[in-house]
Design a protein around this ligand. Structure first.
Ligand SMILES: NC(=O)c1ccc[n+]([C@@H]2O[C@H](COP(=O)([O-])OP(=O)(O)OC[C@H]3O[C@@H](n4cnc5c(N)ncnc54)[C@H](OP(=O)(O)O)[C@@H]3O)[C@@H](O)[C@H]2O)c1
Length: 264
């Protein structure tokens, strides 16, 4: 009998860590990926002991394409069967475009766009051979809205959402589902928890804890859902987005952005 694994990028903290725990809770073996010295060894040991599943970890920089090939090699050398691939690693940033560091812009595009695209391509045959299999891409509500100061981030997530929707249709016959989850705010880091507390009522009410969002995301993947907006308020916002005229939406976005602290 085959032993199946779920590969999760950006598993060391935040949403990725919550999803790792959620998959382990459901008995899935894991391959965790994050940057070196991010605590993956400790997390892997904890998950193995607590949930009685197998956990491998890889410490790699996902802003360089060679890391994707390293992941493929590791999987092939160890004969691992990947049933679920979770593209979670992401770089969040904010700031006036004219002031953004060029290297940082490119790094964000590489982690948020290049890596999920290349990883899916490289692991697709493995996934196909383990069907029914699934891909879970972590996008963002930012992929739908016009957000000054989040232009690169929103752009990378818009790519991921669009790419995933098309890929989902293409892979239907291959027994590989593609699920896109588009969270609004998540209280993942101390900085984001602080920042979210400064925002208006709507944002505050729409923010989810990573644990709640992780349960929704894994459920959606297992149910082969296509696109999921977690949280009731976020769903309402998406509905309103279709109804409100552009100038009102711009005003709301501007006012929310002004509430954010300058140094993020
Ligand atoms: N937080 C939110 O409000 C929110 C909202 C919507 C969508 N999302 C999306 O959810 C995902 C997770 O966000 P989060 O808030 O949990 O972020 P986070 O706490 O900053 O965690 C990001 C994860 O990605 C990893 N990562 C970043 N750059 C990497 C690199 N170059 N190589 C390898 N790993 C790298 C980090 O690893 P290290 O620990 O090693 O740095 C970490 O495990 C992202 O895709 C984000 O866009 C977040």
């Amino acid at each position: 009998m085959k032993t199946y694994y779920t590969l999760i990028t950006g598993a060391s903290q935040g949403f990725g860590k919550s999803m790792s725990l959620e998959f382990a809770k459901r008995g899935m073996n894991l391959i965790l990926v994050a940057l070196p010295d991010s605590g993956l060894k400790k997390l892997s040991k904890f998950i193995e002991l607590y949930f009685n599943v197998k956990v491998c970890y890889l410490e790699l920089d996902l802003s360089i394409s060679v890391s994707c090939y390293d992941i493929l090699r590791y999987i092939e050398v160890n004969g691992l069967q990947v049933k679920y691939l979770v593209n979670n690693a992401g770089v969040l940033s904010r700031g006036e475009f004219s002031g953004l560091n060029e290297k940082y812009i490119l790094k964000q595009i590489d982690v948020n766009v290049m890596t999920p695209t290349l990883l899916i391509r490289l692991l697709l045959n493995n996934l196909k051979s383990n069907g029914p299999a699934g891909i879970l891409n972590i996008s963002s509500m930012a992929s739908f809205f016009t957000l000054p100061t989040k232009q690169v981030y929103g752009g990378t997530k818009a790519y991921l959402t669009s790419f995933s929707k098309s890929l989902a249709k293409e892979l239907k016959g291959d027994n590989v589902s593609v699920t896109i989850i588009c969270p609004g705010g998540l209280n993942t880091t101390t900085r984001l928890c602080y920042q979210n507390r400064l925002m208006g009522w709507v944002t505050q009410k729409s923010v989810l804890n990573p644990e709640e969002a992780a349960t929704i995301a894994v459920d959606a993947l297992f149910k082969k859902k296509n696109l999921v907006i977690p949280g009731f308020i976020n769903k309402c916002l998406m509905f309103l987005d279709k109804l409100l005229p552009e100038f009102i939406k711009d005003k709301i976005a501007e006012s929310e952005i002004k509430k954010q602290p300058v140094t993020v």
